[in-house]
Design a protein around this ligand. Structure first.
Ligand SMILES: Nc1ncnc2c1ncn2[C@@H]1O[C@H](COP(=O)(O)OP(=O)(O)O)[C@@H](O)[C@H]1O
Ligand SMILES: [Mg+2]
Length: 275
């Protein structure tokens, strides 16, 4: 998908990825079965691009995202970041990959420490990586707040002072602190009201334009994906059943599963594109 220009190494390469989980079965858990959460998935994600992974709950989207992040170890295949295989990375390379890739989850409330001021939440990754002084970190926090559309005064407040959409902006600001190149958005707008969803999607698009970010955008909701993705990969039972440019897939889905997912999008939403 979105084949990178000849000779250019993709930012993220996923090749024949398998993540199988052993699960205990039977009365005494003696026999084991295998859940093939991800079962032969391949794709590339180029700089500044958005690839949407869509599919029903349980299709293997999050597990794929975790493997890309290095949070889940593949049982087969490989993940390479900028041409370097995750399995053979030195500690230093793995640390650098961790800095370059961030993940944003569905629920901003659980992603933020309720007792920590918003400014400290955003500065935390910088502090952990020993970057800057207290004063320079405060400047960076102000910059990041501005970037996500929050006022500088937000820094001294607590997460509970904000709405769900604003909290997700805080989470995004923190994800941007270490200047990543890739953000995995795992159902990042799924918990928000539709009007707030489109505001956050527009923010993600603006940030991509400004910072050249690449998104691996995971969602069960095709109406959301259509607005933000360049390319789309449809997952079912741990496999990609269809992939291509988003407009092509929406206009003429080749798999009946994709067709069914598109038909499940309420007509009204299909008619009125977000934004
Ligand atoms: N740690 C785990 N152990 C066993 N099964 C798992 C584990 N993580 C995920 N699964 C299973 O793998 C499948 C894919 O899960 P997931 O990647 O979370 O799907 P999605 O994000 O598309 O909803 C599901 O059947 C899920 O129950
Ligand atoms: Mg998931």
């Amino acid at each position: 998908m979105s084949p990178s220009p000849a000779g250019e190494t993709p930012l993220v390469l996923v090749e024949d990825l398998e993540v199988h989980f052993p699960v205990r079965k039977g009365l005494f858990g003696r026999t084991t079965d295998v859940v093939r959460a991800v079962d032969g998935v391949s794709f590339t994600l180029g700089r500044g691009r958005t690839l949407a992974l869509v599919g029903e709950s349980g299709s293997g989207k999050s597990t794929t995202g975790y493997a890309v992040m290095g949070m889940e170890r593949p049982t087969g295949g490989r993940v390479a970041i900028d041409g370097i295989d995750r399995a053979t990375m030195t500690d230093a390379q793995a640390r650098e990959a961790t800095r370059r890739m961030q993940i944003v989850f569905q629920d901003p409330a659980s992603a933020l420490n309720p007792r920590m001021r918003v400014g400290d939440c955003i500065a935390e990754p910088l502090r952990i990586h020993g970057i800057g002084t207290r004063a320079s970190r405060a400047d960076r926090v102000a910059e990041l707040l501005e970037l996500v559309g929050l006022s500088p005064g937000a820094a001294t407040r607590l997460p509970r002072d904000f709405s769900g959409g604003q909290r997700q902006r805080v989470v995004i600001a923190r994800a941007l602190a270490l200047e990543p190149e890739v953000i995995v958005c795992d159902e990042a707008v799924s918990a928000l009201d539709v009007s707030i969803q489109s505001q956050i999607l527009n923010l993600l698009l603006a940030l991509q334009e400004r910072l050249g970010l690449a998104y691996l955008f995971i969602s069960h909701d095709l109406s959301v994906v259509r607005h933000i993705a360049d390319d789309i990969a449809v997952m079912q039972h741990g496999r990609i059943v269809e992939a291509g440019p988003v407009d092509t897939v929406f206009a003429a889905p080749s798999s009946p599963y994709t067709r069914a997912l598109i038909d499940a999008v309420p007509r009204l939403e299909r008619a009125t594109r977000v934004g």
